[in-house]
Design a protein around this ligand. Sequence first.
Ligand code: TNX
Length: 521
Amino acid sequence: MRLLVCASLLSVGVLSAANPIIPQPVSYQEKPGACSIQAGAFVYAPQAELPSYLKSLNEATGLKLRMAPADAACAIQFLSGEMRGSQAKGQTMPDGAYHMRVLPKVVNIYADSRSGHFYGLQSLLQILRAGEKNKGQISVPCAEIDDAPRFAWRGFMLDESRHFSGEDAVKCLLDTMAYYKMNRFHWHLTDSPGWRIEIKKYPKLTSVGGIGNQTDPKAPAAYYTQDQIRDIVAYAKARHINVIPEIDMPGHASAACRAYPEFSGGGSKKHPDFTFNPVDPATDAFLNDILKEVAGLFPDAGVIHFGGDEVHFGWDQWPELAGVKKLMKEEGLKLKDIETRFNLRFAKVINGLGFKTGGWDEIARTGMDPKQSVVFWWRHNKPKELSHALNTGYDVVLCPRRPCYFDFVQHASHKSGRRWGGFNPLSDTYGFPDALKLPVEPKGTILGIQACLWTETTITQERRDFMTFPRLLALAEAAWTPKESKDFAGFEKRLQPQLPELKARGIGYYDPFGNSPEVKK
Ligand code: TNX
C-alpha cells in the first residue's frame, strides 16, 4: 500500500530530484545508470545487525531479501570504512557517519560505527521506498552519498504528564525518530497534573499521583511500570536513541505532593502544592530514593534531567516553612538562594549516581559544575541566558520556544495552541539555528537541537501528531544537515512523498501543501 502510493507519486513527477532522503545528506551525487535489487537477493551485514536490517529492508521493499551465504554475490553490503578504498587513507569514520555507493550491481554502505551503518540503512530504506517497483524488483538511480551528522544531539521531548501518550505511541514515535536519524528522546515524566513513572519505594506516586491530567483531574491513573520503562529504553537503544528521563524539581511537583503531602513545600494560588520542600531532610531523602531508582532504570542515559524551571511560580509559601524562615533570618538568604542551594544539592546527587545533570536554562545561574551539567536553553526571549551559559562553560542543547516548541501553532489560521509574538511555522523550525547569534569563542559546546511537545493543549494522539508532524522532519533535517547543504524548497519537495508514508504508519500530520483541517483537541 505504502509503496503503491510512493510509486504513483513518482509517476506524476512530484519527485523531481533523484534524492528522496530526509534529512538531506551532506552530499548526494547522482551517477549514470540504475541499480535493480531483485527479490530474494542477498544482504551482507555484521552478524549482530543482520536480522534487524533484513527485517527493516523487507518491510520497506517486500523483496524477501536474505542473509548471504559465504562468498555469494550480494546486492546490499554493510562494510567497514576502510573498504571504501583510497579515500579512506586509514582514517576511521566518525560516529554516525556513512558513505554509500549505489552501483549498477550492488549497494555498498561503509561506516566505522554501528550508528553509521544504521543511518546508512535508514537512507537506503528511503531510497528503496522511492524507487521504481517493477515485477519483483526495485530500481533506484546510481549515486554516491557522503553523510555525517551536524549535531551530536538530535532530540525530541515529550510531556507525558499533562496528557499521557502511552507505550504504543512512544514506540511509534521512536521508530519515526530513528527513521529520520534522531537520537535523543527526552522523556518529561513528571509534572503537576500527573506522575508517570513507577517508583517501587513510593507506590502512591503512581497510584495517587498518576491520577488525573491537564483536562480531567479524575482521569484514571496512567503511568509506566518499571518493566515498561526498561522495555522502551531497550527499544530506543536498538534504534540508536538515548532516553533521557526528566524528574522535575523543586517546582512542577503537585502530583508528587498530592501523593505524599508531607514532602510538599506549598505553592501559590494558581499553582497549589507546586514545590517540594526545599529545606527538609526527609524530603531530600525521598527525592534521593526516587533518583536512585530512576538511575537504575536508565543506565545509559548519560544525563538525568531534574527540571529546575519556573520555581518562582509556586514558592509563595516557602517563607512559612520553618527551615526557610530560619535561613532567611539567620543567613539573610532570599528565596532564589534557597532554590539555588536545593539545585546544587541535587545536581551533586545526580552526579554521584554517575550522570550529568540536565536542567532548563535557569540552572546556568546556580553555579552548578559546568563539566557535570547540560543546560537546555528554552527562553528564546532571553538570548543573554544562552550566551551566559556558553561563556560559563556549560554544554547546551538548543530548544527555544520559538521555533522548537511544538505546542505553538504552525499556521496563521490555526486557533488552538500557543503563540508568543508569533508562532512556529515549518520554515522557522527548518531554518534553526542558522541565524542564531552565538558568542565568538564560547567555553561550552552546543550539543545540538531539540523540539519539545508540551501537551497542555494536546488531549488526543491525533492532535499530538498534528502538532508534531511534519515539523519533526524539519527539526530532524535541521539537526543533521550542515548549514551549507540545507535548502527549504528542496526539503519541501522531499517532504511531499513522506506524508503518505507517515499516513501508512498510522501517523497524523498537518499538511502544509493541502488544506488539512486543524485538529483542535
Ligand atoms: C514552559 S519549558 C514550561 C512548561 C510548559 C511550556 C508550554 C519549561 C521549562 N517550562 O512547563 O509546558 O512552557 O509552552
